[in-house]
Design a binder for this molecule. Structure first.
Ligand SMILES: Cc1cc2nc3c(=O)[nH]c(=O)nc-3n(C[C@H](O)[C@H](O)[C@H](O)COP(=O)(O)OP(=O)(O)OC[C@H]3O[C@@H](n4cnc5c(N)ncnc54)[C@H](O)[C@@H]3O)c2cc1C
Length: 397
């Protein structure tokens, strides 16, 4: 595989790099993999997404007739990579762009594509993902939220939990049970739900970082038009798989650049902090660990290229996204833990404390990284997918 850019790709990269140098917004702190929670960041990121879209840097590989740029996933990956290189903040409507959009493109009717896609790109409508419930996160197919079809409407009753951005979302990708008598993977339908519909209550949940990125959602006799069904009735599981595969495949290449940045910051921290008058980077165990992180990031890079080339051949992301997800989420935790181990006793200081090293950003990073191995499917679930679907091992009981 040729890993270099073609002359056209190099020209696109150069143009994007120049545009980002002039337009990258100031005043937004890069908080790694977390979603914005304060009002100011939400508004700044909404404006930032709009600017990206107006400049032609969003929906790069989405069809032009629905507001996209009609280019390929290569240009999309180049742009993500350039954004990561300068630590530019991601667009606000992350779940709309990485999950709802690709799922609607694959399963939506013409009317649905026209109705939703350009509003996702422009950030006029923010999306959330209502899959998990209190008794079923890993085993999503066991979901209980019920939707009864009565005439031309679904009537929804039930609840969802851990729904990121539900408190600011306009629309929700909602999985509901429409046939309670069918086996659990059948009898599920995929609805597009307007979050302003009467009967929906959203309650923010506080995370260990002190922030509230996600919520509980309650549905009481919520009426949704039949036209908001995505894909066939009772075949929502197949549609949901498109969402989940896109969730895991997105940003594989730009993640490598982000982790390369984190690695550079860790190496700089080891050079800066001293013990016994010597920089920690002169300690052999610190050097060993840094070398291991370098190797991990390089492995991530080649894995991302391999997945990307199969994506270019096959069109849709497959189960191999689970390897990348497992690798980056666990590597992020190890890197954050290592940063704290370098800090000695001051590792116990909170983010924002006067004497915290680098403002306590690594403390925040460690707390937030715990969620990485749970969201988008836990590490155990990713290992089951790798074992069953990639290695062909027998199913876990
Ligand atoms: C920051 C964050 C954001 C999230 N955002 C969203 C969102 O926007 N929308 C949404 O729908 N959900 C969201 N989630 C929920 C997330 O998808 C679930 O938390 C996750 O799927 C795990 O489900 P659970 O919490 O019910 O844990 P459980 O499924 O109860 O798992 C508990 C433990 O058992 C293990 N386990 C379960 N089944 C197996 C098995 N078969 N084999 C081996 N081990 C197993 C798990 O690995 C885990 O360690 C988010 C979660 C987090 C942390």
């Amino acid at each position: 595989m040729d890993l270099g850019d073609t002359p056209e790709e190099a020209a696109f990269r150069e143009k994007a790099r120049r545009w980002l140098a002039e337009n990258r917004p100031e005043g937004i702190v890069d908080r790694g993999f977390s979603l914005p929670t304060d009002k100011r960041s939400l508004e700044l990121l909404r404006a930032w997404q709009r600017r990206l879209w107006e400049a032609g840097y969003l929906g790069i590989n989405w069809p032009a007739e629905y507001g996209g740029q009609g280019k390929t996933i290569i240009e999309a990956a180049i742009l993500d990579d350039e954004m990561a290189r300068v630590s530019a903040p991601g667009p606000l409507n992350l779940l709309g762009l990485s999950m709802a959009g690709p799922t609607i493109i694959e399963h939506g009717t013409e009317e649905q594509k026209k109705r939703y896609l350009s509003n996702i790109l422009s950030c006029d409508e923010i999306w959330c993902q209502g899959f998990s419930e209190s008794d079923c996160g890993s085993d999503v197919a066991a979901l209980k939220t019920r939707a009864e079809l009565k005439g031309d409407e679904f009537i929804i009753n039930g609840s969802k939990v851990w729904t990121s951005l539900a408190h600011v979302a306009d629309w929700c990708m909602l999985l509901v049970r429409t046939d309670p008598n069918a086996p659990k993977h059948r009898g599920i339908s995929y609805l597009l739900v307007d979050m302003k519909t009467p009967g929906i209550t959203v309650r923010p949940l506080k995370q260990m970082t002190g922030e509230s990125e996600f919520n509980e959602m309650f549905f009481e006799d919520v009426r949704v038009p039949r036209g908001n069904l995505l894909g066939p009735l009772n075949h929502g599981w197949e549609v949901a798989l498109t969402t989940l595969m896109n969730e895991r495949a997105t940003f594989a290449i730009s993640n490598v650049t982000r982790f390369r940045n984190t690695f550079d910051q860790l190496a700089a921290l080891a050079r800066k902090l001293k013990r016994g008058g010597k920089p920690l980077s002169s300690d052999s165990s610190v050097r060993q660990q840094l070398a291991q992180f370098y190797i991990d990031v390089e492995s991530m890079k080649y894995l991302a290229y391999r997945n990307f080339s199969s994506l270019m051949r096959g069109g849709t992301p497959g189960p191999e996204g689970s390897i990348s997800k497992l690798l980056w989420s666990e590597l992020n935790q190890r890197m954050q833990e290592f940063a704290l181990s370098l800090q000695g006793p001051s590792a116990v200081l909170e983010e924002g404390s006067k004497h915290a090293v680098e403002g306590g950003r690594w403390q925040y990073g460690l707390l937030r990284s715990r969620g990485n191995t749970i969201e988008e499917g836990t590490s155990e679930i990713q290992r089951n997918i790798i074992a069953e679907r990639l290695l062909g091992l027998p199913k876990a009981r």
